[in-house]
Ligand binder design. Structure first.
Ligand code: DQA
Length: 142
């Protein structure tokens, strides 16, 4: 069975109460439970990981080599700042899909640049929880 790693970055543990007008009222647990249900239907195995710390995310990506067939990552604010996460992705040669709950291109200018997008297979931005599900469907090959 294909194994897919789901990584959520800083402050996404606060979903539900964090700027609900931008991110909606669903929690990180809602996202992870929805993904787990969908993974069963798609016949893939998933592992969910969240961290507010750049180095922990870098470690998690580095450790994914030979263990996962794909990574779905919402790098949150690190999208716009982290060369380290970009380099980790480039190092492991695992296909990565970048997901954002909000449309980063309709927001502040500083969110328009992603350090991750050039090393990702693709990017989904602005579709809420659905973005994670579409990314998982892509990796399932169905
Ligand atoms: C986000 C968008 C980022 O700009 C922001 O820093 C986040 C969440 C999103 O999912 O819409 O924390 O990645």
């Amino acid at each position: 069975m294909k194994k897919i790693l789901i990584i959520n970055g800083p402050n996404l543990n606060l979903l539900g109460t964090r700027e609900p007008e931008i991110y909606g009222k669903f929690t990180l647990a809602d996202i992870e439970n929805t993904l787990k249900d969908f993974a069963k239907k798609m016949n893939v195995e998933i592992e969910c990981f969240q961290s507010n710390h750049e180095g922990e995310i870098v470690d998690k990506i580095g450790g994914a080599k030979n263990n996962f067939e794909g990574i779905i990552i919402n790098p949150a604010a690190y999208t716009h700042t982290s060369v380290a996460i970009r380099d980790a992705i480039a190092s492991v040669e695992i296909p990565v899909i970048e997901v954002h709950i909000s449309n980063i291109y309709s927001r502040e200018q500083f969110r328009h640049n992603s350090f991750i997008a050039p090393v990702a297979v693709g990017q989904i931005s602005g579709l809420g929880i659905k973005g994670y599900l579409l990314a998982l469907e892509y990796f399932s090959g169905k």
